[in-house]
Ligand binder design. Sequence first.
Ligand SMILES: [Zn+2]
Length: 414
Amino acid sequence: MKGKIKYFFVLALAVLVFVSILPVFNVSKPLFADSTSDVNAFVTRFYQQCLDRQPDADGLAGWVNALQSHSISGATVANGFINSTEFVNKNLSNDAYLQVMYRAFFDREPDPQGYSNWMGLLNAGNSRQYVLAGFVNSTEFRNFCAKFGIDSGSLNGGSGAKVSNSTVASTSSSTVASTGGVVPIFAFHSVMPDSGYEYEISTGQLNELCSLLKQRGYQTISFQDLFAAVNGGKALPPKPVILTSDDGYQSVYQYAFPIVQSYGFKMTLFITTGLIGSSDGDRRTNLFDAGSYPTRAMLIWPEVAAMAAAGFEIQGHGTDHSRLGSMSYDQALAQLQASQAAIQGSVGGVCNVVAWPFDSFSAASVSALTAAHYGAGVAYSGGALNTGAINWGAIPRIPVQASTSIGSLASYLP
Ligand SMILES: [Zn+2]
């Protein structure tokens, strides 16, 4: 008898340990039969929190059956309620909206830090769809769904499809009037007095581009300005343009910084945080390019800070320039979060945009953007951005390389 009790104790302990590690492996299918009453409770909470009412029998049965047969996920339910006419027509304040999100999605009150983080993102012009995807893609929602034996699924808040056409159309006509909603975003890497390499431009080329933009009446904006315009209706200058430089080369501080400033312009720098040293004695090189690009010195944090202080926008390019598109969701998320923490911890500001290293991204890496509180991923090419149809996972840019003529750059300017 004693032996049997011991046996059951060990068995129970083994089950407990196994269940407790389930979330780590992100098991999406339940191992045990899900009970109808549990799934009922999951759906009923959405009716009560989002719609302030008890479920109607048909509606409830529809959701529960679909969840139990795994033909839909928790994400589908969340998206269905939050984007339902009944909920949208309640026209909640951001505060009330966030309270509903915490109660419906996590069955708890907001924690002060999480609440103020989301409120800050909403006030900065991020859409509610962006917040919704953040909740749905969180580990807490995944674990919450697992408790009810249902698939959590995921949502993409970084996709242009999630920005309603009417919002974007009215934005592009009213806030970017004279360019018809087009924002050219130029992309280059290092800038040297004499460039001898295709992916490196000369100071002469940069001067030529800035001079062209100045003559045509363009004004530089940041990605934060773009978010605020598209999501919040903030006005942009009549002719907005974004200048970007990838990787974080020292030459950007030495040569591009003074040139860009001399035209009254600003720039967005996508830096590879693991290659940014703390001081001149800790200066690193472009290891990721070994064999395909000349060895170049990278920026150090005091230089990054000096440019940030001058109003340049500092954004992410991963920690070690690996291909995020080849990684798992969790690995991509870790890169996004670590580079964001390094930038925000070292120079302050908000890091919520990544230029995909090697232009490599995937459905998994794009969906990790939302969980990491990023507003956009940026591609290397694709032409000028049309704000009437933004793909937030891969915002297009216009590459500027050694062989790129000023005439071809001018052809992108509306
Ligand atoms: Zn790069």
